[in-house]
Design a protein around this ligand. Structure first.
Ligand SMILES: [Zn+2]
Ligand SMILES: [Zn+2]
Ligand SMILES: [Zn+2]
Length: 152
């Protein structure tokens, strides 16, 4: 694939990820949440039962932690460059958050271990692996500061 074309696809995927609303109730299936996204159909998000309609497509699964939506590192690392974005363990899988997550005010800061802050939103991040530089807490934060650096 030509590099320009590939970058265009990555850009489209990033826009899609940031613009899509996940975990809404499915219109076709009661009590199912839309936590899947198809890279071929380019949205909107759909539920597990709707997934059958996307057989053989590039389907990405989203995960929810508290009220934040994340995507597994293994699923996204080959699609866009996620270096410098903080990873979190969610059900034992390294996960990164998609959107900037406003930090609740008044929460006491736990001074324990090494921490640094997201360059975009200032959110405190825990550093699991000190050999890796972590500058952003989410895809959105990195995209805001280094828009071209998400494209590999
Ligand atoms: Zn559905
Ligand atoms: Zn599809
Ligand atoms: Zn951030």
């Amino acid at each position: 694939m030509e590099q320009e074309q590939q970058q265009q696809q990555q850009q489209q995927l990033l826009n899609l990820l940031l613009e899509t609303t996940f975990f809404e109730t499915c219109e076709k299936h009661i009590a199912k949440y839309c936590n899947f996204l198809c890279r071929d159909c380019k949205g909107p998000a759909f539920c597990e039962s709707c997934k059958n309609e996307h057989e053989g497509h590039g389907v990405l699964q989203m995960y929810k932690n508290l009220s934040h939506t994340g995507v597994r590192v293994d699923d996204i690392k080959d699609l866009v460059d996620i270096s410098e974005i903080q990873t979190y363990r969610l059900n034992n899988h390294p996960t990164i958050y998609i959107n900037e997550r406003p930090q609740r005010k008044g929460k006491p800061l736990i001074r324990q271990g090494k921490r640094n802050s997201c360059e975009k939103c200032g959110r405190k991040m825990e550093i699991e692996d000190q050999n890796k530089s972590r500058r952003f807490c989410s895809i959105e934060c990195k995209l805001d500061i280094k828009p071209d650096n998400l494209l590999s």
